[in-house]
Design a protein around this ligand. Sequence first.
Ligand code: ZN
Length: 177
Amino acid sequence: MKCPRCGGIESKVVDSRSIGEGIRRRRECLGCETRYTTYERIQPKSIFVIKKDGRREEFSREKLLSGIRKSCEKRPLPTGTIDKLVDNIEAELYNLGKSEIHTAFIGDKVMEKLKDLDHIAYIRFASIYHDFSDITTLKQAVDELFDVKTEAPLAGQLSLFTPSTFKQNGQPRSKGK
Ligand SMILES: [Zn+2]
């Protein structure tokens, strides 16, 4: 924890309160006496993620967060939305009580939530996650998107399919291999 004002790392706790799965602490910097709040989460135990190639890796909230952030870049989402989404997914994963979870399960969870949140973010995430090497998989993701809202008019969301959008977001990326 660094003091937001002077960057000092020494502080004393003036108040602690548990909130949900974590603890909120009120701290006072020993250097400049600025008071600030920190949130610490309690993690029950480690979850390992089984990747597509069978390798296992410890579940990282940060990784999940940065992946979702990337998909939501420049989308008009209220502050805190992404953190809350990640909180929810994380809680669901821990609630399963499993020590190992397939990466596909987590990916599907994210897709499910992004679908309700923002269609552009959903497609972006899907394109990274499924690595859309073929157009069929992309089409499936798009079809799924519209299955949910078939009764509702698609105003605003149709812009998703303009050629310029595809140029920006529809290209398969194969990062992190
Ligand atoms: Zn300070």
